[in-house]
Design a protein around this ligand. Sequence first.
Ligand SMILES: CCCCCCCCCCCCCCCC(=O)SCCNC(=O)CCNC(=O)[C@H](O)C(C)(C)COP(=O)(O)OP(=O)(O)OC[C@H]1O[C@@H](n2cnc3c(N)ncnc32)[C@H](O)[C@@H]1OP(=O)(O)O
Length: 210
Amino acid sequence: MTGVGSAIERARRGRRALDEEHLAALAALADRVRELTEAVVLTDVEIDELAAVGEQVEALTGRLAAVRRDAPPVARYGGHGPLRHVTNPVTGLGNPLAPPLTIEFTETGARAGFTLNHVYEGPPTFVHGGITAMILDQVLGMAAASKAVPGVTASLELRYRRPTPIGVPLTVEAEVTGSSGRRSHAAGRILDPEGLVTVEAKALFIAPQR
Ligand SMILES: CCCCCCCCCCCCCCCC(=O)SCCNC(=O)CCNC(=O)[C@H](O)C(C)(C)COP(=O)(O)OP(=O)(O)OC[C@H]1O[C@@H](n2cnc3c(N)ncnc32)[C@H](O)[C@@H]1OP(=O)(O)O
């Protein structure tokens, strides 16, 4: 077996699934680490306190790393449905880097409401463009996977129309615009609280060959 498709399938099959209780505990830990990350970004404590907290965090990292998996786990959310990648950097409940977004499927695609804090800041008071690109890639990809053919991103085109603000409710939405064979096309956008488009995206997803 060669090719990206079989590599993805082999990797998924080899991952150990978490039960609901374990997933809930991992998600709670990831939430605490999100709070820690925001506290690091905004802290104004003295240098000695920074060093002291750093030592404590190092000790906690050692406790978690004491028993390691070879690769991140998968789980069925709510104990049913498909195996999900619980450490996806956009939606993963178990990944502190993920905001995380809860994506709903719509008639034509997918959408999510979310708010980003200063951890995701690029230009002062605005979201980093790489972060909005990552979110759009994921949501367009999920729209394509649910309404057309699941695939990896072959191209992603972005238009940054206005800055995306930090700390306010945002919406991301995507719809499938076409599909043929192994290819799915999707379009989407991020909207600010007034409904103004901040970033527009178009993407092509291709189902990898086995
Ligand atoms: C088991 C499956 C699971 C899949 C998973 C599902 C996940 C459920 C959704 C979750 C949502 C995730 C959303 C985030 C998804 C990432 O972030 S994926 C990570 C980023 N992307 C990558 O790493 C992809 C890297 N690239 C590749 O692996 C390969 O280039 C690809 C895209 C699989 C294509 O390779 P290939 O199958 O060998 O392609 P090839 O036969 O050359 O081309 C096929 C056709 O597409 C066209 N094409 C290829 N590339 C392009 C392009 N960039 N632009 C235009 N046309 C192109 C070709 O011209 C060709 O057309 P035809 O000749 O058929 O008319």
